[in-house]
Structure formats: C-alpha cells, structure tokens
Write a protein that binds this ligand. Structure first.
Ligand code: B12
Length: 168
C-alpha cells in the first residue's frame, strides 16, 4: 500500500453518429472500448438527428458525449451539432468529444478543422487524418477518458486539447 486513494469513477457515456452518417461499426467499436474500460454506454446509433442527440443529453445527463463520424461530413455536421448543444445552457459544461474520419481532404486541413471544432466547443477532437491514422487518436482518447474518470490521477491533462495542429 502506498497510501494513494483511487478516485476513478465509472462514466455514463452517450455514443452517437451524426445525422448524415450511415456507418455503424465505428459506433460499435467505441461502445466496446468504453465498456471494456468499465464505463456505461448508451449508443444512439447512426444517422441520428441533432435534436435527438440534444434530447438524450438533456434526459440522460451523461458524463461524456462521444461523437463519431467517418463519412467525410463530420467537420460540418459536427460543427452544427456542437453549436446547437452549447446554445443550451444546461449543456454548456458537458464534456463532448468528436473523432473519426471527419473530412475528405489531407492532414493540413485536418489540423485546422480540429482547431475550428474545438473553438466551437468540443473538448477534444480525434481526427484520423490529423493523427496519421486511428491508433494515435484512440490512444489520446483513452488518456482523455482516464483524466475524466479520475481528475486527480495526474495524467497529461488532455481536456480541452484539440489534437495535432489545433489550438489548445
Ligand atoms: C462499411 C463501409 C460502408 C458501409 C457502412 C455500413 C454500416 N452500416 O456501417 C456503407 C456501404 C453504407 C458505406 C457508405 C458510404 N461510405 Co463507407 N465505408 C465502409 C468501410 C469499408 C468500412 C467502415 C467500417 O465499418 N470500419 C470499421 C470501424 C470499426 O472502423 P472505422 O469506421 O474506420 O472507425 C475507426 C476510426 O475512424 C476511429 N474512430 C471513429 N470514430 C471515432 C470517434 C472517436 C472519439 C475516436 C477517438 C476514434 C474514432 O476508431 C475506429 C476504430 O479504429 C470504409 C473503408 C474502410 N476500409 O475503413 C468506408 C468509408 C468509411 N466510407 C466512405 C465513404 C466516402 C462512404 C460514402 C460517402 C460512399 C458514397 N459515395 O456513397 C457512403 C456514406 C453513406 C452515409 N450516408 O454515411 C469513406 C470515407 C472517406 C473519408 N471520410 O475520408 C471510407 C473511408 C472509404 C474510402 N476509403 O473512401 N460505407
């Protein structure tokens, strides 16, 4: 025993795709990842309208909203969603992240897009293009989760870190 007390908590998370995006295995993957780390998941599925995501956030009061998009429209759909969500006073403090294949152009634009999404209200952005593939983003996401579940744990402090190329 070293006298340290673990304060890690089980997060209640909402996982969702965005309105234009029909892909679903990305959502299943994230659900399994979160559940394997001990967190509770409510999965809203693919092609979910913004209004449905906002309704679920208001009624389920999650600790974290995880948005995933891979069809290339995530930068636009994700921007629209976060603006609507942050306009709701009760949801201004809700931690929200977005990740996946958020655009259809290259790495440079991906960095700028991550900065844009963070400025609009995301706590973190994990864009495969900006990260050079999904693995680095998933690793950063795991650190983000660990920080949120145990803020006293003293990891890297990734909250409000947009990702490569983005203004923190
Ligand atoms: C299966 C598939 C489909 C199926 C989906 C069926 C279904 N119900 O899911 C169908 C045929 C419907 C489809 C349609 C389209 N698709 Co599609 N599809 C694929 C495919 C082959 C596999 C996707 C998959 O299931 N992957 C497995 C999951 C587990 O992994 P993933 O989605 O890659 O997600 C990973 C990462 O992105 C990351 N991640 C994702 N979200 C998040 C969130 C967070 C927070 C974090 C940290 C990480 C993270 O982690 C995941 C695990 O590594 C990919 C190509 C490929 N080989 O990957 C194309 C692909 C995703 N599709 C693509 C496109 C363009 C389309 C269409 C627009 C094609 C068209 N012109 O109609 C449409 C869009 C339809 C729509 N309305 O959304 C492109 C997207 C390009 C881009 N964004 O740069 C891809 C990459 C193909 C390509 N190389 O061009 N597709």
């Amino acid at each position: 025993m070293n006298g340290m007390i673990s304060t890690t908590r089980r997060l209640r998370t909402l996982v969702s795709g965005l309105s234009s995006d029909a892909h679903m295995w990305n959502l299943v993957y994230l659900q399994l990842l979160l559940e394997e780390r001990g967190h509770q998941v409510s999965n809203l599925g693919s092609t979910t309208p913004d209004a449905e995501i906002l309704r679920a956030c208001r009624t389920e009061r999650p600790d974290l909203l995880v948005i995933s998009s891979v069809n290339g429209h995530g930068r636009l759909d994700g921007l629209r969603l976060i603006r609507a969500l942050r306009a709701v006073p009760a949801l201004r403090g809700l931690p929200v992240v977005i990740g996946g294949k958020l655009g259809i152009d290259g790495r440079d634009h991906a960095g700028a897009a991550a900065a844009h999404l963070t400025a609009a209200g995301y706590d973190a952005v994990f864009d495969d293009a900006a990260e050079g593939g999904p693995d680095a983003g998933l690793l950063r996401f795991e650190t983000f989760l660990a920080d949120l579940a145990d803020p006293a744990g003293g990891r890297s402090g990734t909250r409000r870190a947009a990702g490569p190329g983005a203004a923190a």
